[in-house]
Design a protein around this ligand. Structure first.
Ligand SMILES: [Zn+2]
Length: 124
């Protein structure tokens, strides 16, 4: 399912869970105002967008929470459990390797997302 992404900045939801950003597909919510979003954080979130699109909304969030719960039980530490989630490992691995055009299904979408940010050249 490929919905048009909706980016929101300075949002309270990621701040509530002390995250920089969160993907609640098709929304990508950032804690910081757009001027402060790094290219890495943007690309990290777009890897999660890819994951949701690959698995579907329900399967992605169900698997994400199941993995987190399992790791939390095992490790007894929120941050370690979060890092151990396979979706996070993939996002951290790819966030500085892929361009927006590689992360998104169309050039059009990549340019639409890049247009939100001032340093377009760095992103696509
Ligand atoms: Zn992540």
């Amino acid at each position: 399912m490929t919905l048009a992404l909706r980016l929101r900045f300075g949002h309270f939801i990621p701040r509530l869970i002390r995250a920089e950003a969160i993907v609640l597909y098709p929304y990508v919510l950032f804690a910081q105002p757009r001027q402060k979003i790094s290219a890495s954080v943007l690309r990290h979130e777009l890897v999660h967008v890819q994951q949701v699109r690959r698995l579907g909304w329900f399967r992605f969030y169900f698997a994400y929470l199941a993995e987190y719960s399992r790791h939390l039980w095992r490790l007894r530490d929120h941050f370690q459990a979060y890092l151990a989630i396979s979706f996070e490992a993939e996002a951290y691995r790819l966030q500085d390797r892929l361009t927006l055009e590689e992360l998104l299904p169309s050039k059009e979408e990549a340019h639409k997302i890049a247009a939100h940010f001032s340093e377009v050249d760095r992103l696509v």
